[in-house]
Ligand binder design. Structure first.
Ligand SMILES: Nc1ncnc2c1ncn2[C@@H]1O[C@H](COP(=O)(O)OP(=O)(O)OP(=O)(O)O)[C@@H](O)[C@H]1O
Ligand SMILES: [Mg+2]
Length: 307
């Protein structure tokens, strides 16, 4: 297999606020192949934006390794970080106001990142025109953000993010402020860019419809990757009853998607919440290893065993 474009190994992020420490990521592992379009889901506060901010080079992890396209994000010099943020990653935020400068036209917004990286005026204008056409705003380059609908603003934001031809597009809830029809159009655009440009895309979402569209969805729980859901190449006609419980986290149909629990190199895994709630483990389990599987049982107390 080729080298992944994104490799996070045991990533830790601790925010210090006054005397308090908030552990936002606690040993997160993630690999993303070049050309993949994947989604990250998880409850509010689970660490999704923290991860994206590290991948975008905006923020530094407290510990662990994070390598994107050969750039070790924990060891970049200032000049390398600027280069990385300018040419390797593009970023789209949920709030359209954060993506576009309100006083500039859509075209000028797409030209700006190119201007900062020294592209000539005529080249910039040509590329802005091409990109706006690619995102379906071919005739709206002259409009300012307030003259565009929410969906059009997010399309323009994607064009801005792609201005310097990055390899990786990071999108934090890019459709969070859109209605479901517009959201699915923006998602479809991202899918097209992924397929036609071979662009690697990581998008954070709360929306199960997005999770259903992408190649792979990772669920983050308490700052760690807990499960992974991959679309099946061929839909199954029926699924055995014991497998139906395995897709409880993201909630996609087991006929079309397969959900698995992730196990890190040290053998750690997170049991699904449902399992912890239903079975009284009390922090301990007995592990029984057989030829082809492992069983995890709650401990039988000594007194129970003797009686
Ligand atoms: N700059 C910061 N300073 C202090 N704590 C922070 C900071 N940013 C995030 N946190 C904390 O880190 C944890 C993870 O936050 P993060 O924003 O990554 O969550 P999220 O999964 O993106 O949530 P949401 O779905 O609400 O956007 C939370 O407990 C949050 O309060
Ligand atoms: Mg967030």
């Amino acid at each position: 297999m080729s080298e992944p474009i994104v490799l996070c190994d045991n990533l830790v992020k601790i925010y210090k606020v006054a005397d308090l420490e908030v552990v936002a990521l606690q040993g997160l592992d993630l690999e993303v192949e070049a050309g993949e379009m994947m989604a990250i889901v998880g409850a509010s506060g689970s660490g999704k934006s923290t991860l994206l901010n590290i991948l975008s080079g905006l923020d530094l992890p407290s510990a662990g390794r994070c390598i994107v396209d050969g750039y070790d994000l924990t060891r970049l010099s200032n000049a390398q970080r600027i280069h990385y943020r300018r040419f390797i990653v593009g970023q789209v935020w949920q709030q359209s106001g954060r993506n576009l400068l309100p006083e500039l036209s859509a075209a000028a917004n797409v030209e700006l990142p190119q201007m900062l990286s020294g592209v000539s005026g005529s080249q910039r204008a040509k590329r802005a025109k091409e990109l706006l056409a690619m995102v379906g705003l071919g005739d709206m380059g002259h409009k300012r953000p307030f003259q565009l609908s929410g969906g059009e603003q997010q399309r323009a934001a994607i064009a801005v993010a792609l201005a310097n031809q990055p390899k990786l597009l990071l999108a934090d809830e890019p459709t969070g402020e859109l209605d479901s029809v517009t959201a699915s159009e923006v998602l479809h655009l991202m899918r097209t860019l992924n397929q036609e440009l071979g662009l690697t895309i990581i998008t954070v979402t709360h929306d199960a419809a997005i999770a259903a569209e992408v190649d792979r969805t990772i669920a983050i729980r308490d700052g760690r990757t807990s499960t992974e859901t991959v679309r099946r190449e061929t839909a199954l006609e029926s699924v055995e009853a014991h497998m139906q419980t395995a897709s409880a986290v993201i909630g996609l149909p087991t006929e079309t998607h397969r959900e698995s629990v992730l196990i890190d190199r040290a053998g750690r895994l997170q049991l699904p919440k449902e399992a912890i709630e239903r079975i009284p483990f009390n922090g301990r389990a007995e592990v029984r290893i057989t030829d082809d599987h492992v069983e995890i049982w709650p401990l039988v107390t000594e007194t129970n065993g003797k009686n």
